[in-house]
Ligand binder design. Sequence first.
Ligand SMILES: Nc1nc2c(ncn2[C@@H]2O[C@H](COP(=O)(O)OP(=O)(O)O)[C@@H](O)[C@H]2O)c(=O)[nH]1
Ligand SMILES: [Mg+2]
Length: 258
Amino acid sequence: MPKTATPSPRLSVVVPVFNEEDNIRPLIEEITAALDGNDAIAPYEIIYVNDGSTDNSLDALKAMQQQVPHLRVLNHARSCGQSTAIHTGVKAAQAPWIATLDGDGQNVPADIPALFAKAIGAAPADNLHMVAGWRTRRKDTWSKRISSKIANAVRSRMLKDDTPDTGCGLKVFRRDTFLQMPYFDHMHRYLPALVKRAGGRSISVPVRHRPRERGVSKYGFHNRLWVGIVDLFGVNWLLRRAKRPQVQEISPENGDKT
Ligand SMILES: Nc1nc2c(ncn2[C@@H]2O[C@H](COP(=O)(O)OP(=O)(O)O)[C@@H](O)[C@H]2O)c(=O)[nH]1
Ligand SMILES: [Mg+2]
């Protein structure tokens, strides 16, 4: 077989977007500025998943593909939500490690290298499968900050996932671990607990956060709180139903040993 000309990426940056037309160009430019020329990360790819946007997000992405050769664009014919868009992107990704970012520019792409370095720098015995961003100074409305604080407190008490901020869009994790998780709509808010369920470890690292400068927020109090309560019980059930056997392969040579 002929050798492929380009080596496969080390990191796939997955960005889900729904109606973020004005944020496409500035964020892609920021991602490339943060990652191009970084020897620990290159080669990398950017995968945008346009989740059935009804604005000009797709056109903005097509225009950027002319400029950024390592930008891949996947399109959902209809909106299926943020988790499903992330799932589409991770499935298509070619790298063993994924970085996710919100598409609205509230996460800072320049934080990716530090998270990635932590992830790949861990010893194998650490079993580190995820490095989650932790928005220590969240730049959102008062009501969003309060509801998120309550949700995080209830969730961490119930799921014991040792994660102060699961809602942060910036995370670095192993692709294979993610694909082993049970998929469900809104799963992106429970990734640390699902990593633990899969037998891995997740740590949280402080990251920056900025106010949204363009476009409008897609989530409010109601569409987050009520589904959140139902999901919490669902994830709790999934955790209780998980078994992690210690598997030993028996070969003819050691078959009679304990
Ligand atoms: N693919 C997809 N992405 C979404 C959807 N809703 C929100 N997002 C993305 O998720 C990220 C966070 O959403 P945002 O509205 O900023 O939520 P907030 O920061 O909590 O106010 C942004 O990148 C949005 O474009 C959706 O239905 N589908
Ligand atoms: Mg946002």
